[in-house]
Design a protein around this ligand. Structure first.
Ligand SMILES: NC(=O)c1ccc[n+]([C@@H]2O[C@H](COP(=O)([O-])OP(=O)(O)OC[C@H]3O[C@@H](n4cnc5c(N)ncnc54)[C@H](OP(=O)(O)O)[C@@H]3O)[C@@H](O)[C@H]2O)c1
Length: 399
């Protein structure tokens, strides 16, 4: 597989990049930067880290300099000044940032066609507040740990509007999985799924970042859950989440299995793959079935980003079953976001939600420095999945 996040042979819950782990400053002694101590009059209108650490004058960040679904081609590492937070902002020292399939679409310019390079990359980060504006200080203080879903996360430091950040009890990468992957499953199933106890739910790409959450939320709603995946190890992982019928589509014929084992059809489909899988799922919808379009990952590496879909007979298929297809895009549901995160964090704290993280510690050559010489010595590493721990295979690749 040649691109970030599109690796098929490993469980890809979420990948994370760690920056300066275990509370140390990654830049320290790694590359020479002029260090700017936090007692700095240029920040006199702001509260900066008074706990003894220092903020360097410059930092590294990944910038999309060319639109491409190939992440390696799309981004370059730049050294820029550490930004100053505005009145209502936090300056967050990122400790982990999450990588999702969505980052591919973003770097290819598909989410916002009006956005022209150069622009910052990365949506999800978690770290400590090291500086903040005056208004932001009514809710936060230096040293707080926060997670955020915003832009420019692939940087050592990111300025985040305080109202877009979420306090978290610790800098654990598991919280990152909730920001996009978890929130997408939670809100999409709640708002568009209309799940009822006893219904049958099909989750495609079920062992992936958002799929793992869709499986768990559908189970919590009392549904019978079917999950598709490409390996026996992933099928085992799905079983461990409570999935009733994992289907490894590399060893079982998906269409035949669904037809034979679910003759009445599927009530709800959480669909991330697109193309032929979408067509198959439409054909297997039950009366009054609902199919939620979450993504179409099978086309992300093509020029258009959209896999082919023969929709000619779609109206009649939907009419005959009173079925519906519903699109879901997380940024359109931000009013549900805070409740979703709060609820998921409680579930996680009580041990009722598995947030599988792809940290990739064991992956050979998994360091982000593979991206290019400009990254060498920056103290970053990319996290890969762990072969043999449910993921199997070669791991998510950055490029
Ligand atoms: N609508 C929204 O707001 C929203 C938000 C977040 C994510 N998404 C979408 O949700 C989908 C999953 O995202 P994710 O972050 O969960 O991804 P992920 O963790 O990278 O998982 C993707 C999985 O898809 C499966 N897959 C099936 N066919 C594939 C193909 N042709 N190429 C590559 N992978 C294929 C692979 O698992 P197997 O090998 O087991 O099949 C792969 O591991 C994507 O389409 C993404 O765009 C949408």
């Amino acid at each position: 597989m040649s691109s970030l996040l599109l690796a098929r042979n490993g469980r890809r819950a979420i990948s994370v990049i760690g920056w300066g782990r275990r509370g140390t400053d990654a830049l320290s002694g790694v590359h020479p930067v002029t260090r700017r101590f936090i007692i700095d009059m240029s920040y006199s209108a702001h509260f900066m880290d008074f706990k003894g650490s220092s903020i360097p004058s410059s930092m590294k960040k990944l910038v999309v300099t060319k639109l491409s679904p190939n992440f390696r081609e799309a981004v370059s590492m730049q050294t820029v000044a550490v930004p100053t937070p505005g009145d209502a902002d936090l300056l967050v020292r990122n400790r982990f940032v999450g990588i999702n399939a969505s980052d591919i679409n973003f770097s290819a310019g598909r989410y916002d066609p009006s956005l022209k390079p150069p622009f910052d990359a990365g949506f999800e980060g978690i770290g400590e507040v090291v500086g903040l504006g005056l208004s932001a200080s009514s809710r936060y203080t230096v040293g707080d740990t926060v997670a955020y879903f915003g832009s420019g996360a692939f940087a050592e430091y990111t300025v985040v509007p305080a109202k877009e950040s979420v306090p978290v009890p610790a800098v654990k990468p598991e919280f990152l999985t909730l920001l996009v992957s978890g929130a997408t499953a939670y809100i999409a199933l709640k708002r568009l799924g209309d799940l009822a106890e006893g219904e049958t739910v099909l989750v495609t790409a079920a062992a992936g970042g958002t799929g793992q959450f869709a499986v768990q939320f559908a189970k919590q709603a009392g549904c019978h859950v079917i999950g598709t995946c490409s390996s026996n190890e992933k099928a085992g992982f799905l079983k461990s989440l409570g999935c009733n019928r994992p289907i490894n589509y590399t060893s079982e014929d998906l269409a035949k299995t669904l037809k034979k084992e679910y003759p009445k059809g599927i009530d709800v489909v959480y669909e991330s793959v697109g193309g032929s899988v979408l067509e198959l799922a439409v054909n297997r919808l039950a009366n009054k079935g609902r199919l939620i379009v979450i993504g179409f990952i099978s086309g992300y590496q093509t020029a258009s980003g959209i896999p082919p879909f023969t929709g000619g007979t779609l109206p009649v298929k939907l009419l005959q079953k009173s079925a519906s297809i519903r699109g879901f895009f997380l940024p359109h549901f931000l009013s549900d976001y805070r409740e979703a995160l709060g609820s998921m964090m409680q579930m996680f704290a009580k041990g009722k939600l598995v947030c599988e993280v792809d940290c990739g510690d064991l992956a050979q050559g998994g360091e982000i420095c593979r991206l290019g010489v400009s990254l060498q010595g920056c103290g970053l590493h990319v996290c890969w999945e762990k072969p043999g721990q449910g993921g199997g295979g070669s791991g998510t690749t950055l490029c």
